[in-house]
Design a binder for this molecule. Structure first.
Ligand code: ATP
Ligand code: MG
Ligand code: FE
Length: 344
């Protein structure tokens, strides 16, 4: 059957079509389209929720028409309409949920609300080299940093998570302190390529805490202190500071992931979320895992950050696993806060 997926939890409107084959084969992405609002929010230095909601309204139907056209299908061919139910910005989520349920009602098709982080988590199944269960997942996005044990679709145990800022937030806030435009993660990492990662000694919070939790708030403070100390020299040393910041974040992520693998005896790790696009993270994790004969899987680069494909994929995989039944119930609600391990 054919699944239409709609993502609108934050500042990206994403729509995609996934074909769910009969039997156990991996669902196939037919087409997807994305509109990023980054340019609109940049002037404000971050996402403005009300502007985000209004822009989702403008984009979602044109994007839907685009994916239908590109895949040579029509709305009548759609069997299930999936949407991001949470977590995310309430107003933004309501747009996707409202449109999905209106489409479902108009077409007389069932709808399915999807967990945004499950979308990120399962996005590597859209790659050329999809993982197999079970695995350790390192979920590193703008709002979340979690290590999970994943035994199957809907079978998620959180092993550790951040007690304050997320990894993506650490990138973004540090970048902002250095005067880089929003979103700072990719900007900081680009700047870091020309810098010395050992130029500044920055803290690796909770590295030896004996658990799998993370903390990045102290790192941000250390970056601020260092930036102030540099004063007029900041401009000249920016690449060094960026490289040192990135090295500190990546170091903690890689080492805690290795600990999770060791603790559980797992031989496979999946990285998901926007920070999964980071080149240094990929290089260091690949090197560490190659040495230990552990397999690593990532989403394709363009599917690391928010998109509709991962939402359609998560819906398809939940339906395939029998974890969910899409229903013709169009009285929708959204869940701005929704822990991933509460899923079944
Ligand atoms: P959540 O999924 O937790 O609700 P989100 O949807 O905002 O949060 P994502 O779309 O997964 O998060 O990722 C966005 C984050 O990824 C931003 O913080 C961004 O800076 C970061 N990011 C993207 N590319 C890179 C990169 N190359 N290096 C470091 N960080 C990056
Ligand atoms: Mg985003
Ligand atoms: Fe996200």
């Amino acid at each position: 059957s054919l699944i239409l997926g709609i993502e609108s939890s934050c500042d990206e409107t994403g729509v995609a079509l996934v074909r769910l084959p009969d039997g156990g084969a991996v669902p196939q992405l037919l087409s997807h389209a994305l509109h990023s609002q980054i340019d609109m929010h940049r002037a404000y230095g971050g996402v403005v929720p009300e502007l985000a909601s209004r822009d989702h309204i403008r984009r979602v139907l044109p994007l839907t028409e685009h994916v239908l056209k590109e895949s040579g299908t029509t709305l009548q061919d759609v069997d299930v309409v999936a949407f991001t139910r949470g977590p995310g910005l309430a107003g933004a989520l309501l747009v996707g949920a409202g449109v999905a349920c209106a489409l479902g009602a108009a077409l007389d098709r069932p709808v399915l609300g999807v967990h945004h982080l499950e979308g990120h988590l399962l996005s590597p199944f859209l790659s050329e080299d999809p993982p197999e269960f079970p695995f350790i997942a390192l979920l590193v996005s703008g709002g979340h940093t979690q290590l999970m044990r994943v035994d199957g679709v809907g079978d998620y145990a959180i092993l550790g998570e951040t007690i304050d800022d997320a990894a993506g937030e650490a990138f973004d806030k540090s970048a902002k302190l250095m005067g880089l435009p929003y979103p700072g993660g990719p900007e900081l990492s680009r700047l870091a390529e020309g810098g010395d990662p050992e130029a500044f000694k920055l803290p690796r919070p909770l590295l030896h805490s004996g658990d799998l939790d993370f903390s990045f708030a102290g790192l941000k403070t250390a970056v601020l202190t260092q930036a102030k100390k540099l004063g007029d020299d900041l401009e000249a040393r920016k690449a060094d500071l960026a490289a040192s910041t990135q090295a500190a974040i990546v170091d903690v992520l890689v080492r805690k992931t290795l600990t999770a693998l060791k603790d559980t005896g797992m031989r496979r790790v999946v990285v998901a979320g926007g920070v999964g696009a980071n080149k240094l993270l990929r290089a260091q994790l690949n090197a560490a895992c190659a040495k230990r004969q552990i397999r690593v899987h990532y989403p394709e680069l363009h599917l690391c950050t928010d998109n509709g494909a991962m939402i359609a994929m998560a819906a398809a995989m939940r339906l395939q696993a029998g974890r969910e039944q899409a229903e013709k119930t169009y009285a929708f609600d959204v869940k701005p806060r929704w822990p991933l391990d509460s899923l079944k």
